[in-house]
Design a protein around this ligand. Structure first.
Ligand code: HEM
Length: 451
């Protein structure tokens, strides 16, 4: 780390970047084209690009070594960036949006809910819920795969982490999550937002839905606190796990963690599966290869936590989908101190932007970067560790990473045992880059029965 850096030195030692407008800098360029603009910047200015976004010094990084520095070595020198911290408005003070010692404590307490054997124990219910969902599909029917996947993921995450049947009270949960997402969606990584406290019609609807959800979640918490039963799920762990000083989480803290898990646990995975099926529908030869593998390995049996490891091609499909359409397309940090990165001085308060969307399209590591080529995963040693980071990295790596992978492979295999899809139209995917990378419109696919 360097001595405190003077403003003058920063001005002189700034990485190259696109010229901006007076006052707003690059804010509008970014807000108008959040996916295309940073890609063009990297092509034009290189692996570290200086931007002025919303008046803040912002560094867009794509060099894998620099990205590793941010996730791993500089972890203690950084907190979440301003936009990520803003999500606490809708999510409370949960693990996902906190930093420092509070984040450390929450991560320590929540982590046991995501250990390997516990995650593996969820495999049978993942199969059961998937089969129940696809039972209603008819050959020739056109489905909105995004909607289907959102519904399925919410049911799985609610049952596995809270032992809660979302289907029975789906409305309260879905209503709030939908409104909260809409609120969060207003906080596009580049845009402006109206704080939740301001009584706009959207914010009022969000608050109203939050009251219903709180009633439900606090009801679940009271029920568990009143019984001796240990279901061994996330809710039990949140209620019973003690920190080193003997303290436990308060009810509002448990509530914030639960709502966050419900939200991130279904939104991101639903997007991954939506894009996977959409890509497979565009490329029937890849879908056929997946079906062949599923038949060879499973022979009609249900996928489980063991046999899933033999589904190599399914894993490639998942990895390649997350490369092309990373649900968390950008993430950020804020420098707490002055330090040096990629040969440039970074001052306290600067924003650091890491974008899987941009990094995953680097032609230096990925041939034909815009094409869906699951086969490239036969040799991932061709690129450095942080050329690909759909789950982030370092101490803040996605806690649900293992859960998401198991769930995705089980759903890919269970669906491929019965159906394939055909694109229902030749309309290209229209992406909506908000906090997550959502499709702007329904994603229509035609269900095809396997012979
Ligand atoms: C394909 C699915 C998923 C993707 C692509 C994904 C991606 C990510 C990424 C990139 C981060 C790190 C953000 C950062 O560094 O700023 C993250 C964090 C997190 N994810 Fe996921 N996620 C997925 C599924 C899940 C699931 C299923 C759960 C829970 C059931 C989950 C829970 C979390 C939590 C709690 C954090 C915060 C970890 C921390 O800050 O310590 N994620 N996720």
């Amino acid at each position: 780390m360097t001595e405190s850096l003077t403003q003058e030195a920063v001005r002189l030692k700034r990485p190259p970047g696109p010229p901006g407008l007076p006052v707003v800098g690059n804010t509008l360029q970014f807000a108008l084209d959040p996916l295309g603009f940073p890609l063009r910047c990297v092509q034009e200015y290189g692996e570290i690009v200086y931007l002025n976004v919303r008046g803040l010094d912002t560094y867009l990084l794509t060099n894998p070594d620099d990205i590793e520095q941010v996730f791993v070595q500089l972890h203690d020198q950084l907190i979440l960036d301003q936009l990520s911290r803003g999500l606490s408005d809708a999510l409370g003070d949960s693990l996902l949006v906190s930093s420092g010692s509070f984040w450390e404590r929450q991560r320590r307490l929540v982590q046991p809910a995501f250990n390997k054997s516990r995650i593996h124990s969820y495999a049978p219910l993942m199969v059961e819920f998937t089969r129940a969902q696809i039972d209603s599909w008819q050959p020739g029917q056109v489905i909105d795969i995004h909607r289907e996947m959102m519904h399925l993921m919410l049911a799985i995450v609610a049952k596995s982490l809270l032992n809660f049947d979302a289907a029975e009270q789906a409305e309260a949960v879905e209503q709030y999550l939908d409104k909260a997402m809409r609120h969060i969606l207003g906080i596009a990584r580049t845009g402006l937002r109206v704080p939740l406290a301001v009584p706009t019609p959207g914010n009022l609807a969000c608050r109203h839905a939050e009251q219903d959800l709180n009633q439900l979640i606090y009801g679940l918490i009271d029920e568990r606190r009143g019984s001796e039963a240990d279901h061994g799920d996330l809710l039990s762990i949140l209620l019973h796990e003690q920190d080193t000083d003997g303290s436990q989480m308060t009810d509002p803290q448990v509530r914030d963690e639960l709502v966050t898990m419900l939200l991130v646990g279904h939104e991101t995975s639903a997007l991954a599966l939506t894009y996977a099926f959409w890509l497979l529908a565009q490329q029937p030869e890849s879908f056929e290869r997946l079906c062949r593998e599923v038949d060879d390995v499973l022979g009609g049996a249900a996928p489980d936590a063991d046999n899933i490891n033999q589904l190599e091609y399914a894993e490639w499909v998942f990895n390649e989908t997350l490369r092309l359409y990373p649900p968390v397309w950008a993430t950020g940090r804020e420098a707490l101190n002055d330090f040096e990165l990629g040969g440039y001085p970074i001052r306290a308060g600067a924003q650091i932007l890491l974008s899987p969307w941009v990094s995953h399209r680097n032609p230096r590591y990925f041939d034909a970067p815009d094409q869906f080529v699951p086969e490239r995963w036969a040799d991932p040693s061709r690129w450095p560790r942080y050329a690909y980071f759909p789950f982030g990295g370092g101490p803040r790596t996605c806690l649900g990473n293992r859960f998401a992978r198991l769930e995705a492979l089980i759903i890919l295999a269970t669906v491929a045992q019965r159906f394939t899809f055909r694109a229902a139209s030749d309309t290209p995917l229209d992406l909506l880059p908000t906090v997550t990378l959502r499709p702007r419109n329904p994603v229509h696919l035609t269900v095809v029965a396997r012979s």
